[in-house]
Design a protein around this ligand. Structure first.
Ligand SMILES: C[S@@+](CC[C@H](N)C(=O)[O-])C[C@H]1O[C@@H](n2cnc3c(N)ncnc32)[C@H](O)[C@@H]1O
Length: 268
């Protein structure tokens, strides 16, 4: 699944997992040391969403996981089955290698410890949380958000997943708002009616450094996101915005986004 159907300008051919992870998730870039850092903000949004009591079921799908795991650290405590997905084989391999505990993988420990703290557990319990994640992730599968059927038909039960998470995927895979909206409609088919969608993404971003080259991103604003959700049959529960500290907005070397959004929505 390395060819999208008829969508130009969404190339992730130059994506290099190790460069992406270093740029955005190394201890320095994840923002754990900063007041209002993005890493803690994302983890807190997801923790809150998954512990409010309305998100329930068996199956959680993370759409466009990339080589990243932070986005399912809260969900893995609620769901007994988690599917990770990505368009690129290199990303699926990186995830499989972490799940199998092979070699020198990227170190997600600071993220896991932070979520342990959010859950009221001691950070020293991080190994148990890592074991839980490895236990509940049942597969890492190909996905193409531009296909009417984004995943292989036999990959999930006919009723669909109970919850979808997707972070920084749709806007980086879509050249324009129409394509973004259509992709949202495509992934909605993976979700059962009444199921929840948690979206995290960049605001007003035109590129990110996911490898040696800039990868184009669709610059989005909050009202476009709300319109797309409504058009695709979602009811918005909450939209939150993170505005980076001033010193971060001044450095456009790894991306030029002007903030991030978090959405909790429900499929009608
Ligand atoms: C910015 S990365 C985000 C990765 C991860 N979700 C995160 O938050 O770190 C964007 C991801 O979208 C994936 N992607 C690009 N085109 C896609 C498509 N057509 N369908 C699904 N995923 C796609 C890329 O392979 C990449 O892993």
């Amino acid at each position: 699944m390395e060819q999208s159907e008829g969508v130009k300008g969404t190339s992730h051919e130059s994506f290099v997992p190790s460069i992406f992870l270093q740029n955005f998730y190394s201890p320095q870039s994840a923002g754990f040391g900063q007041k209002d850092g993005l890493g803690p903000w994302k983890l807190s949004c997801l923790h809150r969403a998954f512990t409010e009591g309305d998100i329930r079921g068996d199956l959680l799908i993370d759409v466009g996981s990339g080589p990243s795991l932070y986005q399912v650290l809260s969900g893995c405590e609620v769901f007994s089955k988690v599917l990770l997905t990505d368009f690129l084989e290199v990303n699926r391999q990186e995830l499989k290698s972490w799940l199998q505990g092979e070699g020198a993988n990227f170190d997600w420990t600071p993220f896991i410890k932070y979520v342990c703290e959010l859950e009221g557990r001691s950070p020293s319990e991080w190994t148990e949380k890592a074991a839980r994640l490895r236990e509940v992730v049942s597969d890492v599968l190909p996905i193409d958000v531009h296909r009417a059927q984004p995943m292989a038909p036999d990959a999930l039960p006919s009723e669909g997943a109970d919850c979808l998470v997707s972070c920084f995927c749709l806007e980086s895979a879509s050249p324009d708002v129409d394509t973004f909206t259509k992709a949202l409609g495509n992934i909605s088919k993976l979700l059962r009616p009444g199921g929840h969608l948690l979206l995290i993404g960049a605001l007003q971003e035109s590129y990110y450094l996911g490898g040696p080259e800039k990868i184009p991103v669709l610059p989005l604003n909050e009202s476009q996101i709300c319109t797309s959700l409504q058009e695709q049959g979602f009811t918005l529960i909450r939209l939150e915005v993170h505005t980076p500290p001033r010193d971060i907005t001044d450095t456009d070397d790894i991306s030029d986004g002007r903030g991030c959004f978090f959405v909790k929505a429900k499929k009608n």
